[in-house]
Design a protein around this ligand. Structure first.
Ligand code: GDP
Ligand code: IMO
Ligand code: MG
Length: 456
């Protein structure tokens, strides 16, 4: 069977941790979209692993697949594999031949375009994600399979590179400038990427992802789909244009891996929810507390003394600093209209609510229960980001809960959680009409209250 893990908010909900919690019974863990813009943390026995491309199941020794829907930077992939090997793991990762390759020029263009965009910039991770998906849609991409065939690789580069050079020139830069380190030179790119292709071939890493997964499913094995990013930064269902360039939502698990939607739909789809909101990047955020310079819009955030103090408390307690970029994350109260939207788009069968420990110790915990938009109350996210920016959150207040011993609670089970925390969780579950499958009370596997075993 399959289990699909999807971020319900804006990324960094703790997806890596939940993949790890449920990963023991998985045989294969598959990423179906995104690339090394992801930063997924797994904490086990005090060891912390931050994974960008390698699926989180690697910590438990599971086979990982980067599906055709991913964009793969082979250099960062090999660096990550080498680092994990140095740390004593033995990751077995396969890469879809249909996945697109992030080339050096994509990273350069990501930076140039972000600078030029000004107010429309999403605050990208600078990994070249958007430009690579653009080339995929523009049918001028380089795919992983092309790296293994030198003639095809050269053909692809000879078509794509002049196109990229003229783009850079349009931005007023010289593609041959030293600072671009040969990113726009066909011969240099050809040599470097042909060698990366040889390494992929030598290590027998490339596969037809759909066929590979089907062979595992035919043996009644368990496949877990590990979504990256989150529903509200999905290119179709998120806060466009402050989004990533792929579909983190559950439907993409099929398209991005090469199995049918019925395969994904017959399994579980678990929405990963952070007990409050965090955001790295720009755009509106109706329940935002405090204000992060360079990310919060000029009028955004609760900048009262209490708002600022709560933001600092939550950011520090939750360690809300970007895994990939180290930037301070914007924080806010849980946004229920955002979650109602996510539950419908993804068809969640269960929820994992993380970071319940971070909120412990507050006198009151609030949620945005609904919005007021142009004088009317609304209970889900509007379809345009401009309307979302005009939404005012109608807050609902819950009594806080005290600090508790996370490992003891995780061992004893759900009923050992403080009563007010359970009231909060049950409110979320009722509003979304989706059961709680597990509750994160700390970063580690041993600090997760498992209510439901997803594999039975
Ligand atoms: P992902 O991108 O969704 O996998 O999440 P990240 O790894 O980027 O960010 C989540 C952060 O919160 C990591 O540092 C995790 O170790 C940590 N974390 C995950 N679940 C919990 C939890 O329930 N409580 C606390 N305190 N930290 C958590
Ligand atoms: P994980 O998988 C949080 C955000 C960036 C930016 C926007 C576009 O760890 O949850 P991109 O580099 O993808 O073109 O940037 O998306 N973003 C993330 N935010 N978690 C992530 O991944 C993210 N990946 C991208 O901050 O606003
Ligand atoms: Mg992350």
């Amino acid at each position: 069977m399959t289990v699909t893990i999807v971020g319900a908010q804006l990324g960094d909900e703790g997806k890596g941790g939940i993949v790890d919690v449920y990963g023991d019974a998985a045989d294969v863990v598959v990423r179906y979209q995104g690339g090394d813009n992801a930063g997924h943390t797994v904490v086990h026995e005090g060891e912390e692993y931050k994974l960008s491309l390698v699926p989180s199941g690697a910590v438990r020794g599971k086979t990982g697949v980067l599906g055709n829907g991913c964009v793969v930077n082979p250099t960062t992939l090999f660096d990550e594999l080498d680092t994990l090997r140095e740390r004593g793991l033995d990751p077995d990762v396969r890469v879809a031949e249909r996945a697109h390759v992030i080339m050096p020029y994509h990273r350069v263009l990501d930076g140039i375009e972000e600078d030029a965009k000004d107010d429309l910039a999403a605050g990208t991770t600078g990994r070249g994600i958007g430009p690579t998906y653009e080339d995929k849609a523009g049918r001028r991409g380089v795919r992983v399979g092309d790296l293994l065939d030198p003639d095809v690789l050269r053909d692809r580069l000879e078509y794509a590179v002049p196109h990229k050079r003229s783009l850079v020139e349009n931005f007023g830069a010289d593609p041959d400038a030293d600072r671009f380190e040969g990113a726009f030179d066909v011969d240099e790119l050809f040599e470097e990427y042909r060698a990366l292709g040889e390494r992929l071939a030598d290590e027998e890493m490339t596969v037809d992802a759909g066929a590979f997964l089907q062979s595992h499913l035919d043996r009644d094995e368990n496949v877990m789909f590990e979504g990256a990013q989150g529903t509200s930064i999905d290119i179709d269902h998120g806060i466009y244009p402050y989004v990533t360039s792929s579909n983190p939502t559950a439907g993409a698990a099929a398209v991005g891996s090469g199995v049918g939607p019925t395969v994904v739909g017959q399994g579980e789809v678990v929405g990963i929810v952070k007990g409050y909101l965090s955001r790295v990047g720009t755009g509106p955020l109706p329940t935002e507390l405090g204000h992060v310079e360079g990310q919060t819009p000029p009028e955004g955030g609760d900048t009262s003394e209490t708002g600022q103090a709560l933001a600092t408390y939550i950011r520090d307690e939750g360690g809300e600093y970007g895994t990939v970029t180290g930037r301070p994350r914007r924080v806010g109260w849980l946004d229920i209209p955002m979650l109602r939207h996510a539950a419908r788009v993804n068809g969640f069968t269960g929820l994992a609510v993380n970071h319940v420990d971070v909120l412990a110790g507050l006198d009151e915990v609030k949620v945005g229960h609904s919005y007021t938009l142009d004088g009317e109350e609304t209970t889900t996210m509007p379809a345009t980001t401009e309307k979302w920016g005009r939404c005012e959150a109608n807050l609902r207040t819950f009594d806080g809960w005290p600090e508790f011993d996370a490992e003891q609670v995780a061992q004893e089970g759900y009923d050992a959680l403080p009563e007010n925390a359970r009231t909060y969780l049950e409110y979320v579950s009722d509003e979304l009409d989706v059961p709680i499958y597990c509750v994160g009370v700390g970063p580690g596997r041993e600090q997760t209250v498992v209510v439901e075993d997803v594999w039975t």
